[in-house]
Design a protein around this ligand. Sequence first.
Ligand code: WQD
Length: 330
Amino acid sequence: MKILVTGGCGFIGSHTVVDLLNEGYEVVIVDNLYNSKIDVLDKIKKITNKDVTFYQYDLCDYEKLQEVFSKEKVDAVIHFAGLKAVGESVNKPLMYYENNLFSTINLLKAMKSYNVKKIVFSSSATVYGSPKSLPIKEDFPLSTTNPYGTTKLMIEQILTDLYKADNSFDITILRYFNPIGAHKSGLLGEDPNGIPNNLMPYIVKVATRELPILNVFGNDYETVDGTGVRDYIHVCDLSYGHVLALKNSKSGLKIYNLGTGHGTSVLELVKTFEKVNNVKVNYKIVERREGDIASCYASNDKAKEELGFSPKYNLEDMCRDSYNFVKTNQ
Ligand code: WQD
């Protein structure tokens, strides 16, 4: 089977491509390299000793997309490509709506015209907004507080309406919680340009002294130690969830949480990181970040029962692998 992976040079996309190749799938990547690097292709080759077909195209260019579908006999699509910085989306909403929605609509139009009906979509726990209770289940109410999250919610709606109109589509929506960690080889990992928005890449930059101190956004939440609680999941557990989604024989429109089911606070993550890597992470408590919620963690029962999803890496693995990636690539 040949899988088209959009955004396949990105953090989660590249780890998923490795898993797909190791499972014997052929892979075609379409990535405009806006937020990723082409040397990821060499690293995928080093890890798997397999080649991928690569198109440096933008999904917003429909003609280019048609070229890919006409050249490649694709059996299914995994759709990662999209802008994903929450803060940036608040400042540049039109860029986020145009890019994330137009690219997806182009992709679905091309799939329909070339009769490719199986798609796995990269969504996010951010569609749950501030949950009414925990753990979060897939049938919880949906609401978003920023344009990035709203594009995810809108795309889920587009997929739902597409399925209602044409139930020959086989659609799987995967709602990620907080992916961190890196491939055990140290060759693939999260390497954002500039100052990181997310916690783990920021911790890593403080540990390597690239940044002086971690700002902990508030310690007055109703949580175990007052700091924000999230469901951190190893990127390699998350990536394998996509292979399981492809193998899932159930047809129709399916939605799954991909998280570990455990919540970890900011300070718990910092302490774990320091312990497993034998480093000091300087931090100071500052004001809450606009839009943050206190706690968020998944019920992953549905993914376990229907996909056989079973995360195998723990928080120490995530901290060790995140740090190892940066040390290996310094
Ligand atoms: C985690 C915790 C912060 C940075 C976002 C998106 C989500 C997904 C993952 C794309 C919170 C605290 C953070 C820092 C801190 N992105 N924090 N200091 O906000 O849960 O989720 O990223 O798909 O869609 O919403 O992740 O890593 O930014 O924050 O104290 O410098 O760490 O307050 O409690 P978040 P995060």
